[in-house]
Design a protein around this ligand. Structure first.
Ligand code: SF4
Ligand code: SF4
Length: 172
């Protein structure tokens, strides 16, 4: 009994003078491990002929792939006056119920244009259910600096899943 107590105290004293490994959250934050799946982001093209435009072409493949049915999308046609994505369509409504989401990454896997990604943000807990319903406005990343969010694309083709298909893609 006394020996065990001595062992315990020795262990405590050994660590008493070591540098602490405690992270002083929220002043300090540890970087997330590669592959961490946090809050979703809807991406835009960062450079190239479509820079600033939304990647999402409203194809709803992510919605179909979601095993818990927590994505809701409505799509509309792009027009010359209102071109949001390089494809035929864009997502006019894109919502994710982050409370129901199981962060499996299937939506990310299913997306042919890398539009929906699970980011590194883990600080989005809340006190009411409504706040966990993320509409497009909250998911969409801002356009790169100096790039408009909406315009007529200059290229004749749209990159989809590593292939290049004619503008419109047939997937929107
Ligand atoms: S991470 Fe999984 S559960 Fe969450 S929205 Fe994507 S497919 Fe659905
Ligand atoms: S799969 Fe990608 S492009 Fe299609 S609706 Fe989902 S996020 Fe948009």
């Amino acid at each position: 009994m006394i020996a065990e107590l001595g062992k315990g105290l020795a262990l405590t004293f050994r660590h008493l003078f070591k540098k602490p490994i405690t992270v002083q959250y929220p002043e300090e934050r540890v970087p997330m491990v590669p592959g961490y799946r946090g809050l979703h982001k809807l991406m835009r093209y960062e450079d190239g002929p479509y820079a600033g435009m939304e990647r999402c072409i409203g194809c709803k493949l992510c919605q179909a792939a979601c095993p818990v049915d927590c994505i809701y999308i409505e799509s509309e046609e792009n027009t010359p006056d209102h071109r949001v994505s390089p494809g035929e369509r864009y997502a006019s409504i894109y919502e994710i119920n982050e409370l129901r989401c199981i962060y499996c990454g299937m939506c990310e896997e299913a997306c042919p244009v890398d539009a929906i990604v699970l980011g590194e943000d883990y600080e989005f807990c809340n006190y009411d259910r409504e706040s966990m319903l993320y509409a497009k406005e909250r998911l969409l990343v801002p356009p790169p600096e100096g790039r408009p969010a909406e315009r007529e694309p200059r290229g004749a083709t749209v990159p989809i899943g590593g292939r290049r298909v004619p503008s419109g893609g047939g997937r929107g």
